[in-house]
Design a protein around this ligand. Structure first.
Ligand code: ATP
Ligand code: MN
Length: 439
């Protein structure tokens, strides 16, 4: 290492320059763009913390140094020293008047240019596409959202209980499982949910969550489905379905506030209408499944009571709403076996889906869980699920059963909605789709 090497936490980034006008500093990063205007040269330098415009003026530099400009191609890595100057249009209100440049790594014919590329090409070059302006914005917002979710949960005393990825039990749809050959124990599956493990954990900790990758062999090619996605799941003892919705609403509003607070620049890069997000700080809409079906039929949908609501129904239902909508108490037949029977109308279960506005569809599925040992054992039988896999799950009801509820929030659906991007494949760094597992 050279004598300039610093302790890692003393390293100076572009984001640190706002209050350093007049000082000379050295930055390291990648050339995002270059531009000439008369005798002046410009380059955009990106270092992970942000992007800054660096100006090169022949009179202000040694001519050999100035001539290096011709070698600066998109994504060349460089070390650059210069004087910090004020500038109104930039991310941090400053630019650099360049004094010295050193090329660290060349980059010739970088495949992703400012011209339009097809989405297949971009996905095939996802490892490079991630460096593009909009993709950086999405990744940054995703990271801010993840932190917000965790901050909220820890603030309210949730305990993180990581659930296994390799499982025997089936949580959701047996059709959508990825199977794996597991030593002498036969077939195991990649987890579709950690919920059953969280339910077991509430008796130890009261409020718990897990947040990790989830796998679904979805054979549909929609703009809302990945085969591997991240799900935040929370489970709370002594919460009924109404408490569950209240908590979800508060969590989503906390996330939106945080994003409005900390992601303004990135949402601007994405041309996101932030007023639409700000409106979602108003109370969410709540309507029962039966009411939803009635409204949908009036709007011309062919949906019949008893059928699940499809993506088109969700969009139609929320088209006039500026806020997210909870649809609660679905028919038992279209929901998972563990949802609590609704005594007021036993054809239905105590559950709620949260549907985002602007056509972004379902982002959360939640429910109160069946806490009666007899009813739950009967449901497992009725669904022809292998009873031996559920014995441990029934123990949660055998030994001190309590009213409890929980939900699963699809991170990419939330990121997609907040960023306003039409397909969730851009909401995860390396998307896994039915027809794509590389890079
Ligand atoms: P959908 O009907 O939209 O497929 P689901 O009812 O199967 O969703 P749940 O099992 O309730 O979804 O999962 C909880 C949440 O996980 C959903 O609300 C959604 O945000 C997210 N989710 C579910 N499946 C996927 C997927 N294949 N890709 C990305 N996110 C998903
Ligand atoms: Mn699904």
């Amino acid at each position: 290492m050279s004598e300039e090497s610093k302790r890692w936490n003393e390293r100076l980034y572009i984001r640190d320059l706002a209050d350093k006008v007049g000082q000379t500093h050295t930055l390291e990063g990648w050339v995002q763009f270059t531009r000439k205007s008369g005798k002046i040269r410009f380059l955009g330098l990106r270092d992970g913390s942000g992007t800054i415009q660096c100006v090169m003026v022949r009179e202000e530099m040694e001519s050999q140094q100035f001539d290096l400009f011709s070698q600066l191609k998109q994504e060349t890595s460089i070390r650059l020293t210069g004087v910090v100057q004020p500038s109104d249009r930039s991310q941090f209100g400053v630019e650099i008047l360049t004094q010295e440049i050193e090329i660290l790594g060349t980059s010739n014919q970088y495949p992703i240019t400012p011209k339009e590329h097809g989405v297949d090409f971009l996905l095939g070059n996802r490892h490079l596409w991630l460096r593009s302006k909009k993709q950086i914005a999405i990744s940054q917002v995703r990271s801010i959202i993840i932190q917000a979710i965790r901050d909220f949960l820890f603030e309210f005393h949730f305990v993180q209980m990581d659930s296994p990825v390799l499982t025997r039990s089936v949580g959701e749809d047996p059709e959508g499982l990825f199977a794996i050959d597991y030593f002498d124990l036969g077939t195991v599956y990649l987890a579709q949910t950690g919920q059953l493990y969280l339910e077991a954990s509430i008796s130890a900790h009261g409020r718990v969550f897990c947040f990790g990758p989830t796998f679904r062999a979805e054979k549909s090619k929609t703009r809302r489905h990945l085969t591997e996605f991240w799900m935040l799941e929370a489970e709370m003892a002594f919460f009924d379905n109404d408490d569950n919705m209240d908590l979800e609403e508060d969590l989503i509003k906390f996330v939106i506030k945080r994003v409005l607070d900390r992601s303004e620049w990135y949402l601007k890069q994405l041309d996101r209408d932030v007023d639409k997000l700000r409106q979602c700080l108003d109370p969410f809409m709540r309507l029962s499944y039966s009411e939803a079906v009635e409204i949908l039929q009036k709007k011309g949908s062919s949906v019949q009571w008893g059928e699940d609501l499809g993506a088109a129904d969700e969009t139609l239902l929320t088209e006039d709403s500026r806020v997210p909508a909870f649809v609660y108490d679905y028919p038992q037949a279209v929901k998972a076996f563990y949802m609590k029977r609704n005594d007021a109308d036993p054809r239905t279960v105590k559950c709620a889906d949260l549907i985002a506005p602007e056509g972004f569809g379902e982002i959360i599925g939640g429910s109160q869980r069946e806490d009666s040992l007899e009813l739950l054992a009967q449901r497992i039988k009725d669904e022809n699920l292998p009873p031996e896999n559920y014995e441990w799950y029934l123990d949660v009801r055998r030994y001190g059963t309590v009213v409890h509820s929980g939900f699963g929030l699809g991170l990419e659906r939330l990121v997609g909605w907040i960023c306003g991007i039409p397909h969730i494949r851009e909401a995860i760094p390396f998307p896994r789709l039915m027809e794509r597992v590389t890079p």
